[in-house]
Design a binder for this molecule. Structure first.
Ligand SMILES: C[S@@+](CC[C@H](N)C(=O)[O-])C[C@H]1O[C@@H](n2cnc3c(N)ncnc32)[C@H](O)[C@@H]1O
Length: 279
């Protein structure tokens, strides 16, 4: 009996020049700076695409991406190279701040409120916003939450509004019982009370923003950390211009705006406010 032939997998070697090509393409499209020493991560992530396309090597993949020879593949290239780490109630001081300092003002004004979760990943951030809105604002206040991301794959998963039991652990039990349906596999699915508040859309922060605003609250957390100072500065100025007077910008706690000219007032760590609006 002869042993079955071992099928050799694709060659996943990535030369320093190819790594630079990948970094330049990613930076040129998304603003994400691929740091030195991420070769193993890049090989692992792009390796999935090489296998999915049955290409002989990573070199062939990188060459084809650079020459735009693979229709539709560039979106996958960006998808697999983005980092989507997120969670419910991540950096919860921001949600406490909204509940204690911002929502009472919205409740008193009674007008429609617009919130933007820029770089929303798989949806935990906008659904957390939706939960605190439902719980802490009177239903007479109409709220709309726009949630955007560059990754089509992650947006599809956000829109499905389903999470595993492990992911659901980040939600305090009273919220989980009220706003989520338990699935047979132990996971959870958002109830219409949450999904009706959130609209997802594809948006690359480095390109034109089609929405008019103004927004009362913008969350742009844990994405600018991947951008260089120049892009961070441009984005913060664009966020400022899209905020309503008195509007709030929340950034990730590791994302210092020190040294960036933005004209916003810092209220507490990682929370900024545009002047005006009677505050
Ligand atoms: C680490 S997650 C942060 C998610 C969430 N804001 C949080 O703090 O938990 C970063 C997200 O930014 C997205 N992203 C990266 N570059 C982007 C760009 N140029 N435009 C829009 N989204 C981008 C990624 O796809 C990813 O989902």
């Amino acid at each position: 009996m002869t042993a079955p032939a071992l099928t050799a997998g694709p060659d996943l070697h990535l030369s320093p020049t190819e790594y630079r090509t990948v970094a330049e393409l990613l930076y040129g499209h998304s603003g994400i700076r691929l740091r030195e020493g991420k070769e193993a991560l890049v090989i692992s992530r792009l390796g999935h695409r090489v296998r999915a396309l049955r290409l002989p090597s990573l070199s062939a993949y990188v060459a084809a991406i650079a020459k735009q020879e693979l229709p539709g593949e560039f979106a996958h290239f960006i998808d697999v190279l983005t980092t989507n780490k997120t969670g419910f109630f991540r950096e919860d001081a921001h949600f406490d701040f909204l509940i204690e300092e911002v929502f009472p003002r919205f409740a008193a004004e009674g007008r429609e409120v617009k919130i933007w979760s820029a770089a929303c990943s798989s949806g935990e951030e906008p659904y957390t916003l939706a939960m605190v809105v439902r719980e802490h604002l009177p239903s007479s206040v109409r709220v709309r939450i726009l949630a955007t991301d560059i990754s089509h794959r992650i947006l599809a998963s956000a829109q499905a509004a389903r999470y595993t039991a492990a992911q659901a652990e980040g939600i305090p039990a009273p919220y989980r019982q009220k706003y989520w349906t338990r699935l047979p596999d132990g996971g959870i699915e958002a109830k219409p009370e949450l999904t009706s508040l959130v609209r997802f859309a594809h948006l690359n922060l480095t390109e034109a923003w089609p929405m008019k605003g103004p927004f009362d609250v913008i969350f742009c957390r844990n994405v600018m950390i991947y951008f260089d100072r120049d892009l961070q500065s441009k984005l913060v100025q664009r966020f400022g211009a899209l905020l309503a007077p008195g509007g709030i910008l929340a950034v990730g706690h590791a994302e210092s705006l020190t040294g960036i000219t933005h004209g916003l007032e810092q209220l507490q760590p990682a929370v900024y406010r545009r002047a005006g609006g009677g505050w």
